[in-house]
Design a protein. Structure first.
Length: 298
């Protein structure tokens, strides 16, 4: 039986992650589950959490971020409006049946004009700032819905969301291009060339995408090259639209693995070097910051 002082939880739409934490910030144990918010009814959140932490002491505070605080989640945690510190004022407390179990849910951030929202990313931003005190610039958080956040003086000033990951999944899985981009192959040269084209001519995106199909039929374009070109076209169009955010700024990319590496490669090609932060590390650091804030205000 693991004996934590508190429990940190990142609860997204598709996955649930938890860490048994000591008060000094060290991780005693970790656990993962595929019981994301998207598949749970309101009455199923507490059993899902208890199943995740069944080998840990449970009569301790739980600090949770992510879609668990959405309108369809366990308890709705109202958005804080930007400009705001990433961990805005307030939190929501979920109703629980287990003696001693208290679950505190971190609110997301909202932007009224242009309308935008985030949940979960605000905790990663808080963690990045905790690990990089005094940092000003722009943070890119690649994912299904990639976020670009302008951060200054410890506050999120503004942010913008791009559905680039969603578009890649939808186009590669549910359009005629599914015949062209299948598999996991990759061609870095094709990515670089298509990125340059997309940055220079973002208005041609739809036409350039269909050319992947035509090039396959007429010139034998292989799936690895086509897949890389599709990714580059979408990321290039995103970078072109987000240029006012990142141009001339300090840039941080939060995330691990191939997707974050693609953004760093794409930015470097524009003469915009970026530092990379591990997504799990900044999530835990952000949850620690939230835990400390709750202790100070309780």
């Amino acid at each position: 039986m693991t004996d934590p002082d508190w429990i940190a939880v990142d609860w997204g739409t598709t996955h649930l992650r938890g860490w048994a934490m000591a008060d000094d910030g060290s991780v005693l144990a970790s656990a993962t589950s595929d019981r994301g918010m998207g598949q749970l009814a309101p009455s199923e959140f507490e059993p899902a959490l208890l199943d995740l932490i069944k080998d840990w002491r449970t009569d301790v505070p739980v600090i949770a971020c992510g879609m668990v605080g959405s309108r369809q989640g366990w308890v709705e945690a109202p958005y804080a409006a930007v400009p705001s510190p990433p961990l805005g004022a307030g939190r929501a407390v979920a109703m629980t049946q287990t003696p001693g179990l208290s679950v505190h849910v971190i609110p997301g951030l909202k932007q009224l004009d242009p309308a935008d929202v985030m949940r979960g990313e605000e905790t990663q931003i808080a963690g990045f700032l905790a690990m990089n005190p005094g940092w000003d610039g722009v943070l890119c958080l690649p994912g299904t819905h990639t976020k670009w956040a302008h951060v200054s003086a410890g506050e999120v000033v503004s942010f913008q969301t791009f559905m680039t990951g969603d578009l890649f999944a939808a186009i590669s899985g549910h359009t005629v291009l599914r015949h062209s981009v299948g598999g996991d192959g990759w061609d870095e040269g094709a990515f670089d060339a298509a990125l340059s084209d997309a940055m220079a001519h973002p208005a041609r995106l739809a036409a350039r995408m269909f050319s992947l199909r035509a090039d396959g039929l007429l010139h034998g374009l292989g799936a690895p090259e086509a897949r890389a070109r599709l990714s580059a076209l979408l990321i290039g169009a995103e970078l072109a639209a987000a240029r006012p955010y990142w141009l001339g700024q300090n840039i941080g990319v939060i995330g691990a693995g191939s997707l974050a590496a693609l953004y760093i490669r794409a930015l470097a090609a524009q003469g915009a070097p970026a530092v990379q932060a591990n997504g799990t590390a900044v999530t835990i650091a952000g949850l620690i910051a939230a835990r400390n804030r709750i202790k100070e205000t309780s």
